[in-house]
Design a protein around this ligand. Structure first.
Ligand SMILES: Nc1ncnc2c1ncn2[C@@H]1O[C@H](COP(=O)(O)OP(=O)(O)OP(=O)(O)O)[C@@H](O)[C@H]1O
Length: 328
């Protein structure tokens, strides 16, 4: 991992609680969707965040953009703590970080032209108005592979893949350095997914964007990302370069995730496919949260939470497993 000062965005000890509904006078029981996550995204780097549904990927993405406040920990953008910044400074940084959602139709206003919506960010951040904004909208549409004349159309006049391109153009309109893409292709037809993934890959290379790419799809993550963070029940289980993780997954959970994808099944590492349900995030197992589904669990795994430590002899790889040094 790069030195701390190199990270464009860094999360330290990120913890986020949600309160399940209680009675009239009670806030309910807090449920920790994220528990002490450390994560860094370097300039121009694509970091894939993977894990089963409900492990906290979307919450992490929103927290990194300060669209959701933290319960504990901090998020630094170029070293500045987003929680303690004066409002004007936070507004200035907002321009530099954007979110692309899973469902572009839900995030676009059906009654306004796509051109007007792409121009919104430029106007809000004082980057361009009038004809200058219109020219820039046309350039952005071209950049995402759409006809610039289509700026006058409404969202429903486009296909799902085109709408996601519009959402990408809108995200790019403020010239961000950091984009969180939350399952950006999972709502699209399989035949269209690759086109949008390739567009993101091209734009990232062209613009030097840092990308946090949240996805269930390990193939896409392998194709697009430099580094991978594997999450389970609000914690990071493994982190390392995409090439290394897909070549030799280390954590039993990562092995099981890859084993569940036939074309990524790794013959070298022992892996048992994932059995049973993910435990409730409101009542996670003691010690290692993965132990109840882990083929390598021992009684001591119930006792203490394993910390994310460098994997001996594996460069920048880190895993959170009491048995890291003795796994087959
Ligand atoms: N606004 C909220 N209020 C209460 N609980 C929430 C809220 N948002 C998320 N959660 C809970 O936090 C946990 C993590 O959710 P999150 O959406 O971050 O997971 P995810 O890994 O992105 O899942 P998916 O892949 O299904 O989108 C889940 O148990 C979810 O129910």
């Amino acid at each position: 991992m790069n030195a701390p000062q190199d990270a464009l965005v860094r999360g330290e000890g990120i913890t986020r609680a949600f309160h399940r509904r209680g009675g009239l006078f009670s806030r309910g029981t807090p449920m920790l969707a994220l528990r002490g996550i450390d994560i860094a995204v370097n300039r121009g780097e694509a970091v894939g965040v993977v894990g089963e549904s409900g492990c906290g990927k979307s919450t992490l993405g929103r927290v990194m953009l300060r669209l959701l406040p933290l319960t504990d920990g901090r998020v630094l953008f170029e070293g500045e703590d987003l929680a303690t910044l004066p409002a004007a400074r936070l507004r200035a940084l907002r321009r530099r970080m954007q979110l692309v959602f899973q469902d572009p139709y839900g995030s676009l206003d059906p009654r306004r032209t796509v051109g007007a919506q792409i121009a919104d960010g430029m106007v809000i951040h004082g980057l361009a108005t009038g004809t200058e904004a219109a020219d820039r909208v046309a350039a952005l549409l071209r950049q995402v592979g759409l006809d610039p004349d289509h700026a006058k159309r409404l969202p429903h006049e486009f296909s799902g893949g085109q709408r996601q391109r519009i959402a990408v153009a809108r995200a790019l309109s403020t010239q961000p350095d950091f984009i969180v893409a939350d399952e950006p292709v999972s709502a699209l037809d399989v035949s269209i997914q690759a086109q949008v993934v390739n567009l993101l890959a091209d734009l990232r290379a062209e613009l030097g964007l840092a990308l946090m790419f949240i996805s269930h799809d390990l193939h896409v993550v392998r194709h697009l990302c430099d580094r991978v963070v594997v999450m389970y029940l609000g914690r990071v289980m493994e982190e390392g370069s995409a090439a290394e993780i897909f070549r030799a997954p280390a954590h039993p959970y990562t092995r099981a995730l890859l084993a569940a994808t036939p074309s990524l099944r790794h013959r070298g590492a022992a892996a048992a496919p994932l059995a049973g349900e993910v435990p409730s995030i409101a009542r996670p197992p003691s010690g290692c949260v993965f132990r109840t589904r882990c083929a390598f669990a021992q009684p001591r795994c119930a006792e203490a939470v394993p910390t994310l430590e460098p994997l001996p002899g594996a460069g920048a790889r880190r895993i959170a497993c009491h048995r890291a040094a003795e796994l087959p």
